[in-house]
Design a protein around this ligand. Structure first.
Ligand code: ATP
Ligand code: MG
Length: 394
């Protein structure tokens, strides 16, 4: 805010959106309001100026910007953060819905603004309109000579700019708050699903995997007893099926419970492990290409790994590729990830078959994390899944 807002004001809710100003940033982030005030002072030759906005109950006016013509920014306008609409000359602008000029603001019949420093001598206030709604007052004060209708005309034009700036600030704040709550919701959702997945993984590990190990031991004992011949061949087939089932379950365990992401290099090491497993399982040559050195927060790493996995599983199941590459890069305060295969490709524009949800869920996951997701594929020319997720709070 111009001239620095009192702390009490910074802690308040924005009168229009109800969002705390400190969080919402109207006070800190609305340089355009300050510019409007600066120009208003300049063209009307005023000593001070301020903008007050109606609170939600429309009974009070809240100070959202203030400026003195000659003082440094640190020498703040000291006025009460909130004043009632009734009983003072600023409120009179709102009550009448039209501009007001006062030659002697200290003795105005509409009442003076209490506790203001420097004291108001002359005063010109114009209403701020947003569409049909009156939302506040733009006021200048302490001109050496009288305020004229020309000043009023100029200030009314500036009031339109101020109203738009206030509205833009409010929209930005709403957007920011919506983004924040979406991110919070997503990380809560992630935490819940991670816990659930961990429980399922533990159950599979402690129950099914143990039984499978017991079956493998029995098969080994049988192998020692059955001589070569048709029965032995059957036994080898069963044994191979058990090994495949064991591999598939271990892959599933990895998907459900990826290695710790909070260790240094956790994401890259999890991707390498996953690529090794995939290579063994499918024969596709899998590489981790470029990857940044710095780590990302575990929640971001988990999102990236889950979405990469969808790309990898799709490449394994649908592409017929002989080679695939994963790359990671830091980009625009976020992480850019890509899986590229050299397989048969497919028509991205073709409608989705019912029940095939992997790519849709991956896209939604990235949307929720505040990033973007792109799928590129061409028949005969392979498929690329590329996405970006924010890492540093913006
Ligand atoms: N890398 C790829 N190469 C070739 N076709 C692909 C590739 N990735 C996806 N596809 C095509 O896109 C379709 C949709 O993929 P999607 O991941 O949404 O579903 P799915 O893999 O079939 O099933 P699931 O719900 O288990 O993921 C696939 O069925 C496949 O036809
Ligand atoms: Mg899939």
């Amino acid at each position: 805010m111009a001239g620095g807002a009192p702390d009490a004001l910074r802690a308040r809710a924005d009168p229009l959106s109800g969002i705390p100003m400190r969080d919402a940033g109207l006070v800190e982030d609305e340089p355009s309001l300050d510019r409007v005030l600066a120009h208003s002072l300049e063209v009307t030759h005023s000593g001070a100026g301020f903008i007050r906005v109606l609170t939600r109950d429309r009974d009070h006016l809240e100070l959202v910007a203030a400026r003195r013509a000659s003082a440094p920014a640190s020498a703040a306008w000291a006025g009460p953060p909130v004043i009632p609409v009734h009983g003072n000359l600023i409120g009179a602008v709102v009550e009448r819905g039209r501009p007001k000029i006062s030659e002697d603001a200290g003795a105005d019949p509409d009442g003076i603004e209490p506790g203001i420093d420097p004291p108001l001598r002359s005063f010109l206030g114009v209403p701020l309109h947003l569409g049909d709604a009156l939302i506040g007052v733009l006021a200048v004060a302490n001109k050496r000579s009288r305020y004229t209708p020309a000043d009023e005309h100029l200030l009314t034009a500036f009031a339109d700019h101020a109203a738009v700036a206030i509205d833009n600030g409010r929209l930005r704040r709403c957007q920011r708050v919506a983004d924040d709550s979406r991110r919070r919701l997503y990380s809560e959702l992630l935490a819940v699903t991670e816990t659930e997945r961990r429980c399922i993984a533990d159950d599979i590990h402690d129950d099914v995997m143990q039984r499978l190990t017991a079956v493998e031991l029995c098969l080994q004992r049988l192998r020692a007893r059955i001589p070569r011949g048709p029965e032995r061949e059957l036994l080898e087939d069963v044994s191979a099926m058990v090994t495949k089932t064991d591999d598939a379950l271990r892959l599933l365990l990895f998907d459900l419970r990826p290695p710790a992401m909070d260790l240094p290099g956790g994401l890259c090491s999890a991707i390498r492990t996953r690529l090794r497993m995939l290579e063994r399982e499918t024969g596709i040559r899998c590489e981790l290409g470029a990857a940044p050195d710095e780590d990302v927060p575990p929640a971001v790493a988990r999102t990236v790994l889950r979405v990469l996995q969808e790309g990898l599983i799709n490449a394994a199941n649908h592409s017929g590729a002989s080679h695939l590459e994963v790359t990671l890069a830091r980009r625009d305060r976020g992480l850019l990830a890509r899986v590229q295969d050299d397989g048969r490709g497919f028509s991205v524009d073709a409608g989705r078959s019912p029940g095939h949800l992997g790519l849709t869920l991956a896209r939604e996951r990235i949307d929720l994390a505040g990033g973007w997701f792109r799928l590129e594929s061409e028949i005969g020319a392979g498929t690329a899944v590329e996405f970006w997720v924010p890492v540093d709070p913006g």
